[in-house]
Design a protein around this ligand. Structure first.
Ligand SMILES: [Zn+2]
Ligand SMILES: [Zn+2]
Length: 89
């Protein structure tokens, strides 16, 4: 899935997109103008709706990786697994 963040980049005031940047589940937010990667904060991640039960999911960590989990039904995913690679954008 393609996730565009509501906050623009400070380098170009451009939209930023979440991408997979390295093996091991590492993700960054990349400026759509210059493609420079920046660190993703937990607060950058949008809150997703559970695809299983439609509850609002919570963002957190699984190990070092960001994940989103549903308290209602237990469904969860790691963010990197849903994002395109940086070179696919
Ligand atoms: Zn930029
Ligand atoms: Zn659920």
């Amino acid at each position: 899935m393609v996730v565009i963040l509501p906050k623009v980049s400070y380098c170009h005031q451009a939209l930023q997109v979440l991408v997979r940047s390295k093996k091991g589940g590492f993700i960054t937010k990349n400026c759509l103008t210059c493609n420079v990667p920046r660190r993703v904060l937990l607060s950058d991640l949008p809150r997703m709706t559970c695809e299983n039960c439609c509850a609002i999911m919570r963002n957190g960590y699984r190990g070092k990786n960001y994940c989103s989990s549903c308290r209602a039904c237990g469904f969860e995913f790691e963010w990197w697994s849903r994002l395109p690679w940086y070179f696919e954008i």
